[in-house]
Write a protein that binds this ligand. Structure first.
Ligand code: GLU
Length: 410
């Protein structure tokens, strides 16, 4: 993702201008506290040795231990991890979790690895970074290409050094100190934001047409919760291709189909569409839920949706964001829209530290409170300052991090 950090900096700078932050303060808040790059050597099943590069960037700890996912993807590089770490700092602040921001990853395609190789690469990565993470320092979690199983291996390896420490990582399996409702949390948070936004326009989700890019963890839960609430998901795409049915897709059947066919392509009763057509679909809400940098200066004009809810991290380039603002398209930004995942990660960490389990209803209720409080604050700030929801979210996040930094002393 070329220039991803510049893009995030652009959003930061727009908000910093309105906050009247000095150049020194901007630098203090933007420069990461620590960036680590490690060699992750792996013995492949065929006996050969493969070498990968792993990263962990700790961006800011002024509001608490740093928090953020681990991404396994071939496009992971130092710049992308830094960008995503900074987004975690603003995200945890927007929804007011007592955390800072971090991110990590390995530049590897996990689909090319066997389960044994995936386990070994994860354990090796923990061996390389265990001294910089921990329940009171920096707590990893799932992100693209990682899941609850990877988190279970992570915790198990970490505990070989430090003994019982379930709070060292979140997004673990429910059977191994994970939280109910964590897997669905990002998708549920996205839908809560979509619903809160439609309410501001006097509508609910009933019959609202949605196009969804990405059908991984976030995309699938977003689709099924939208479907439950009566929205019509008409277009979906994933790496296999895109599908469209203007009458609305049968999401429960599509979920089964995508599981057994490893993708949504050729689902019966749909037309095949490409990525450009998905982004330009005739819908009310467009939800990018895959990689960053997908909405660009080239394709922004073609977007026909009235609303965009950013389930992915950093999906919108600054030029595209300008186009959306000019056209009056309302964008719920990533640092608010996809904060449901880290919010339930926080609940998992709290449960681990208290040795007390919450049931799924409690998790969902508390998630609803956090997301709606964040949404309302951002919405009100945007109205007061006459700025976009993105700028308002950055103002809220940067303000909180800035105050904590100054109060703590430098
Ligand atoms: N990877 C997710 C994100 O980008 C979740 C992070 C977490 O739970 O710490 O927000």
């Amino acid at each position: 993702m070329a220039d991803s950090f510049n893009n995030a900096c652009h959003y930061f700078e727009s908000a910093a201008d309105l906050l009247g932050l000095s150049a020194n303060m901007r630098r203090l808040l933007q420069v990461p506290e620590r960036e680590v790059k490690v060699q992750v050597a792996l013995e492949l099943d065929n006996g050969e040795i493969a070498t990968y590069i792993g990263y962990r960037v700790q961006h800011d700890s002024s509001r608490g231990p740093m928090k953020g996912g681990l991404r396994y993807h071939p496009e992971v590089d130092a710049e992308e991890v830094l960008t995503l770490a900074s987004l975690m700092t603003w995200k945890t602040a927007v929804v007011n979790l007592p955390y800072g921001g971090a991110k990590g990853g390995i530049s590897v395609d996990p689909k090319q690895l066997s389960p044994g190789e995936l386990e070994r690469i994860t354990r090796k990565f923990v061996d390389e970074i265990h001294d910089m993470v921990g329940p009171d320092k920096d707590i990893p979690a799932p992100d693209m290409g990682t899941n609850a199983q990877v988190m279970a291996w992570f915790a198990n390896q970490y505990e070989k050094f430090y003994g019982f420490q379930p709070a060292c990582v979140t997004g673990k399996p429910v059977e191994l100190h994970g939280s109910e409702g964590r897997e669905e949390a990002t998708g549920r948070g996205v839908v809560l934001c979509a619903e809160a936004m439609m309410k501001k326009f006097g509508r609910d989700l009933q019959g609202v047409k949605v196009a969804l890019q990405g059908f991984g963890n976030v995309g699938t839960f977003t689709a099924s919760i939208l479907h439950e609430k009566g929205a019509k998901v008409v277009a979906v795409s994933d790496v296999s291709g895109g599908i469209l049915n203007p009458e609305g897709l049968d999401i429960p059947r599509l979920l089964e189909y995508a599981r057994s066919n490893k993708g949504v392509k050729d689902f019966s009763g749909t037309d095949a569409i490409d990525n450009a057509a998905l982004l330009a679909a005739d819908v009310d809400i467009l939800i990018p839920a895959a990689l960053g940098g997908v909405l660009t200066a080239e394709n922004a004009d073609a977007v026909r949706a009235k609303y965009i809810v950013e389930a992915a991290n950093n999906p919108t380039e600054a030029e595209a964001d300008d186009v959306f603002r000019r056209k009056g398209i309302v964008v719920v930004p990533d640092i608010l829209a996809n904060a449901g995942g880290v919010t339930v990660s926080y609940f998992e960490w709290v449960q681990n530290r208290q040795h007390f389990r919450w049931d799924v209803n409690r998790v969902r209720d508390e998630l609803g409170k956090v997301m709606l409080d964040g949404f309302d604050r951002v919405w009100t700030l945007a109205e007061e300052k006459k700025v976009s929801l993105r700028t308002a979210a950055y103002i809220l996040g940067i303000g909180r991090v800035g105050r904590a930094t100054v109060l703590g002393g430098i």
